[in-house]
Design a protein. Structure first.
Length: 712
């Protein structure tokens, strides 16, 4: 086993003095350097089999993270394995650990889990996306081999959200990391909904000062009362101790005790999103007899979010654009069993496009991902998987998963809003009551953040709506209903009727198969049938039209593209590929960025962009054609077969250049654009083949080609 974190304290001090009352001071705290809790990766040496442990199938060696659906759920519509599977491991705890407390923490098991130690039931969990912790202290035989069994099941259940696999697949397995946590008998709570056990609130945040309140939950399993010192210290990004608070707490052998510490940080460096994602660090230590017996570290980003109706986001009083994308976590051929490198790749792509905010849909995502968003500076919408359908049996589980979401991620400064549900409606009374109770729960757990609910109707005053701080609207004008020009009158009508409402355009997008192209597209996507061609060209026009409206109407205080990446939909086929939603701006395998990706990058990003659209419409049947170029570095010069074209107009935004009435020659045509800026030459090229014989072909590749590149 490899040590996950080095929890040794880096300050060398002589001793700890118990204080009669809490005391907050500047400088370094007086603490001993002895190690306290230990964490280990617990991902190796597992065996796996489908079915119950008694099934005839052989055990196979696997490493965690692991899923059994990385192939069938992505390629076999309605023919994937959803059911029980088992994981087992032999663990021999050192005899010296007797007298300690041992916990197994699972970050994600899809979708329900039961855990057994030496054939004794240890605990269970309902929900595939939140972490859970199980104490195994009294079930272990120390110095001997112990058998650990995890039974996972991703069958749909009416009492566990999501209640089906319709909008996305719930991958089965132990698909996120496992930790073994070893503590003393008095510890900072490990099993408070698998939270870090400390909760950091901030108030009155400004450039002049910020008030910070830290609450620590403490467990005592010694069997007797005692006193414990609680040291809470705030460090800057370089590791310098700025302020610390010392308290003495009486810990009873029953229940759970709480310690609090209050600070005022003068002239703080604020967490300013992508501009300056500055992070302090809070470390809480429990101290007895001059020794540290436990400690937990958490991030602290000092910031204040304010969403103004009809205006937008003010981060620390500064107007901040909400350029938003949604993210599903699964990858082609990996499912949800991802490495940190996979998460980093997604974050790099999202940062490249110029997004400032991410909707993590439709479920709690990796702890690593949230932490990276803290340090990068993205503003995050975090939500629970109450989506698509109401069973009337999911209320308890929805409340459980919301509590887990909030407590486990309470201290991430990047999160600005908790999502309560997405596109759930009937029965109206039940859904309204449950949404109101979820909103109350979120406010009780975290009074300082916003809440949001989402409707798929473009009716803001729908009976189920407006039970949270923010109303999200998912709408796909020109794809599922209406035409592309339907959006503008809807926005204009809505901003007059609902001017005081906080409205987010929470989803919009359209399928885009990069192997299906058209030269000329209509203003709708031949709505809803499976006979659509799902061409990339329509998707490009869709996003041009939508961003043109969104960018001019601050009534939509934020907007989120559905989706950054193509993802699996195991009960349906979209984009003419089995088990696939192809509304992503990037292909499922993350290898190809579609044309709309560059539309947003040119509009949002500060990085230079020069890009010819419809580059994959290679075989063309129109001799006279427009050519669209995205450039955020100035007006481009267009050359076709070496001849400069000067008939250019500006499109929807100032990066949108349309060269009209361009004449192609028979056969191969070289299309090239150039921009000179600050002494550097930027260029982009495409090669198109013109022939009248291509006029009716629409450049649609044969199905065999699609299957050969199933990760598109």
């Amino acid at each position: 086993m490899k040590n996950l974190f080095n929890y040794s304290i880096f300050l060398t001090i002589l001793s700890v003095f118990a204080l009669n009352s809490c005391d907050t001071r500047t400088g370094n705290p007086s603490v001993n350097t002895e190690e306290s809790r230990k964490k280990f990766f617990f991902n190796d040496d597992w065996e796996f089999k489908k079915g119950e442990k008694e099934a005839d199938a052989p055990w196979a060696k696997v490493a965690i993270p692991h899923t059994w659906n990385n192939v069938d759920m992505q390629t076999q519509r309605n023919d994937f394995y959803a059911g029980t599977a088992c994981y087992q491991k032999i663990y021999t705890p050192d005899a010296s650990l007797e007298g300690k407390r041992l916990f197994i923490r699972f970050e994600g098991v899809g979708a329900t889990a039961e855990v057994f130690v030496n054939d004794e039931f240890a605990g269970n969990h309902l929900g595939g996306y939140s972490a859970f912790t199980i104490e195994i202290t009294d079930l272990l035989k120390y110095g001997e081999k112990n058998h650990i069994l995890v039974k996972a099941d991703n069958s749909s259940r009416p009492d566990v959200i999501p209640v089906n696999h319709r909008l996305f697949g719930v991958y089965g397995g132990v698909y996120r990391p496992i930790e073994l946590i070893i503590t003393n008998k008095i510890n900072i709570s490990v099993n408070d909904y698998a939270s870090p056990g400390i909760y950091i609130r901030q108030k009155n945040v400004s450039a002049q000062s910020a008030d910070v309140h830290v609450k620590t939950k403490i467990d005592n399993r010694t069997g007797k009362s005692g006193k414990v010192g609680v040291n809470t210290t705030i460090y800057d990004m370089k590791g310098n101790a700025l302020l610390f608070n010392d308290c003495t707490v009486e810990v009873a052998p029953q229940g759970r005790q709480t310690a609090t510490a209050d600070f005022r940080i003068k002239n703080p460096r604020l967490w300013q999103g992508l501009e300056d994602p500055y992070l302090y660090k809070v470390i809480v230590r429990l101290i007895q007899d001059g020794k540290v017996i436990d400690e937990v570290a958490q991030p602290l980003g000092l910031r204040h979010f304010e969403l103004k109706a009809g205006d937008g986001m003010y981060l620390n009083g500064k107007k901040t654009p909400m350029f938003g994308v949604c993210r599903h976590q699964d990858w082609w051929q990996l499912g949800s069993a991802l490495t940190n490198e996979n998460h980093d790749t997604d974050l790099e792509i999202i940062k490249e496009i110029g997004a400032t905010t991410i909707r993590l849909a439709h479920y709690q995502q990796s702890e690593y991902f949230y932490s990276k968003c803290d340090s990068i500076g993205f503003m995050i919408w975090a939500e629970i998987p109450f989506v698509n359908r109401v069973s009337t049996q999911e209320a308890n589980n929805a409340r459980q998963q919301l509590t887990e979401l909030v407590r486990q991620n309470f201290n991430h400064p990047s999160i600005y809003v908790w999502g309560l549900h997405n596109e759930v409606y009937h029965p109206h009374n039940y859904t309204t009551d449950l949404t109101q109770s979820l909103n109350d729960l979120a406010k009780s757990e975290d009074p300082d953040r916003y809440t949001v609910q989402v409707s798929g109707y473009n009716k803001i005053d729908h009976p189920v709506n407006n039970n949270a701080d923010i109303q999200g609207i998912n709408q796909y004008f020109g794809w599922y209903n209406g035409t592309l020009d339907s959006m503008l009158p809807w926005v204009e009508r809505s901003e007059k009727q609902f001017a005081e409402y906080k409205i987010i355009f929470s989803e919009y997008g359209t399928e885009a198969n990069i192997y299906r192209q058209k030269e000329i597209v209509s203003n709708r996507g031949d709505c809803c049938g499976f006979d659509k061609d799902y061409n990339e060209s329509f998707a490009t026009r869709f996003h041009e039209e939508h961003w043109n409206v969104i960018s001019k109407h601050p009534f939509l205080i934020a907007s989120y593209i559905w989706n950054t990446f193509d993802f699996a939909t195991p009960t349906s086929s979209q984009g003419q590929v089995e088990s696939r939603n192809m509304k992503g701006l990037v292909t499922f395998d993350r290898k190809t960025k579609k044309d709309p990706f560059y539309w947003y990058k040119a509009n949002w990003s500060k990085e230079p962009v020069l890009y010819i659209t419809q580059r994959r419409v290679i075989d063309r049947g129109n001799e006279i054609t427009p050519i669209t170029v995205y450039s955020n570095i100035g007006e481009p010069k267009l050359f076709v077969n070496g001849t400069e074209i000067s008939t250019v107009t500006i499109g929807y935004t100032d990066i949108h250049y349309i060269f009209t009435d361009v004449k192609l020659t028979e056969g191969e045509n070289m299309v090239e654009v150039k921009v000179e800026k600050d002494g550097e030459t930027y260029q982009d090229k495409a090669i198109w083949n013109y022939s009248e014989t291509y006029k009716d072909l629409s450049n649609q590749a044969p199905e065999v080609r699609l299957k050969e590149h199933a990760g598109l």
